[in-house]
Write a protein that binds this ligand. Structure first.
Ligand SMILES: Nc1ncnc2c1ncn2[C@@H]1O[C@H](COP(=O)(O)OP(=O)(O)OP(=O)(O)O)[C@@H](O)[C@H]1O
Ligand SMILES: [Mg+2]
Length: 533
């Protein structure tokens, strides 16, 4: 019975060949005889082959998305096949208690539902792709084939397939091993994954308890919001922007969110995405119950296109311009061409609604660098600032790292944390015992020492900065004074020169008139003498 499906499949192809042969010879029979033969032929086929086959392909017809029904059947059959199939495929899933078993190719299992017997077979077919390559390229199609007697058609269509889907989904959720997906593996538009095993939870996350609770409430409400989002006509997704200095727990919070919500994490490396089309393809491949993470978003996307253009325009020299353009072209070929608008579409374009519940999380150290369009509410709905360690956050770390709820040194630490900035990462590092002989008290003392050192360093830095600022101000002032002095001197000099010039002109004028007078007098004397003579 194990090869029941195959047997009927072969019989089916024999019948098909007979029908083909019949079609070839049909033209030699009189019309009415042909009709009679066809009618009885079909009856004969139905009589001999009373089984129906349904095929479930791994991918939807457009090859964009893995079929949900296929995945559900796979989970459903993995439970059946591990007890019934003879040839199994074993996948070792790290961290799971047992091997995950599935049907091997061309293997069959039987199933029973409401007294109806059904046969499932796993198949694989390869069709040759149209390609000019020397080596032929094949498209592999995996599928499940369901065979059942035609008298059970109503049961199968009415309830069995639905039962398989529901059961399969429930099994998948139960066995779900969360995954961390990455896209920067040189496989183009494909995600590859590892098992997600980060132990961080909201309990171990050090931050202000009120803020923490509000984030947890927000997430839980989102998780239960399927009907609500449908009612308000919004895609079931929510954006979180996590910002703050390095080592304040942004990445840790993403793990805590994944552990709280039981979502997979898709760590999207934007710089490895070729262009907007590739970005969209990646988006389509993301399943529901997912956190899409773009870390250090300010470094991932080139928002400086404008500035580059300007640089080219500024370059006057033709050679210089060519060089800049050539360099830019080279850069463009090697770097990602994902644009801001491509990313905005990724977050809330029409495609972003495919696939079910999703969280989109951006992290950055420099929130001011981001384009306001990227982080406006509606895209990044909740902005969470992760900051330096406060006393409340320290208490969480002390509980996690040292099992301490309170201690007399806590007071000193509270004061010091109020006086200096230290990231939770640094506090945690100081609280961690480095050897077996180190106990909780020595760790607290280490932290106090580190805080005092940090305070001293901050004081020295502030002093140096103040000194540098004062020096710069003094330099600026001196420069300003020198400039003013120079201006005044120049003015004085100009005045002096003007005065000298005016005097000179006056003198020249005077000399001129004296000359004129002398000339006149000479002429007069000459005239008088002439008259006298
Ligand atoms: N708020 C926190 N609660 C608990 N542990 C923390 C917290 N912040 C930092 N840590 C510890 O410090 C380490 C570094 O933190 P994390 O990687 O989350 O920082 P980040 O904010 O993502 O830094 P970056 O901006 O450099 O990516 C973590 O492994 C964790 O052990
Ligand atoms: Mg980080």
């Amino acid at each position: 019975m194990a090869k029941m499906g195959d047997m009927w499949g072969q019989l089916g192809s024999v019948m098909a060949s007979m029908m083909f042969a019949y079609a070839m010879f049909k033209q030699f029979f009189p019309d009415n005889l042909g009709d009679i033969l066809e009618k009885y032929g079909q009856k004969l086929v139905a009589y001999v082959y009373p089984y129906i086959q349904i095929t479930f392909d791994e991918y939807d017809s457009d090859f964009y998305r893995r079929s949900e029904v296929y995945s559900a059947i796979q989970s459903y059959l993995s439970a059946k096949s591990s007890t019934r199939a003879k040839r199994l495929k074993a996948h070792e899933v790290k961290g799971s208690k047992a091997l995950v078993l599935g049907m091997d190719e061309n293997e069959e299992v039987t199933d029973e539902f409401e007294g109806v017997k059904l046969w499932w077979a796993s198949k694989k077919s390869a069709t040759k792709k149209a390609s000019f390559s020397f080596f032929p390229d094949y498209d592999e199609r995996k599928m499940y084939k369901l065979t059942f007697h035609r008298r059970h058609r109503d049961v199968v269509m009415g309830s069995y397939i639905d039962h398989v889907r529901q059961e399969g989904k429930a099994i998948a959720v139960k066995n779900r091993q969360r995954k961390l997906y990455i896209n920067n593996t040189g496989k183009g538009t494909k995600w590859s994954h590892v098992v997600f095993e980060h132990p961080a939870t909201f309990e171990t996350l050090a931050m202000d308890p009120k803020e923490k609770q509000s984030i947890i409430n927000d997430l839980l409400k989102f998780g239960k919001g399927k009907d609500y989002y449908k009612k308000i006509g919004k895609a079931w997704k929510r954006g979180y922007l996590l910002y703050g200095p390095p080592g304040t727990g942004k990445s840790t919070m993403i793990s805590a969110i994944s552990n709280l919500m039981n979502y997979d994490v898709y760590d999207l490396e934007l710089t490895a995405v070729k262009d907007n089309t590739e970005l969209r393809k990646l988006l389509i491949d993301i399943s529901g119950k997912a956190i899409i993470v773009i870390e250090d978003i300010d470094c991932s996307l080139d928002l400086t296109g404008q500035r580059k253009k300007k640089k080219v325009e500024e370059a006057k020299d033709g050679d210089e311009k060519d060089q800049i353009l050539k360099k830019q072209e080279e850069e463009e070929n090697t770097t990602s061409k994902v644009t801001l608008s491509g990313l905005l579409n990724f977050i809330d374009g029409i495609w972003s609604a495919c696939g079910g519940e999703r969280l989109i999380v951006f992290t950055t150290n420099y929130v001011d660098k981001l384009d306001p369009a990227l982080i406006r509410r509606g895209r990044m709905d909740k902005h969470i600032k992760l900051s330096y360690c406060c006393y409340e956050a320290f208490k969480v770390l002390a509980r996690n790292y040292l099992d301490l709820e309170t201690h007399e040194l806590f007071g000193t630490i509270e004061r010091l944390l109020g006086e200096t900035d230290m990231t939770p990462a640094d506090v945690a590092e100081n609280l961690m015992p480095k050897s077996d002989v180190e106990d909780a008290v020595s760790c607290l003392k280490n932290l106090i020492e580190a805080l005092e050192a940090a305070k001293e360093a901050a004081r020295v830095k502030a002093e140096e900065e103040a000194k540098q600022k004062a020096e710069e101000e003094a330099k600026l002032k001196a420069e300003e004074e020198a400039k003013q002095k120079a201006e005044e001197e120049a003015k004085l000099k100009a005045e002096e020169e003007g005065k000298v010039k005016a005097e000179k002109e006056e003198k020249e004028k005077k000399d001129e008139s004296t000359k004129e007078e002398v000339k006149c007098n000479g002429t007069l004397v000459e005239k008088v003498i002439n008259n006298l003579i």
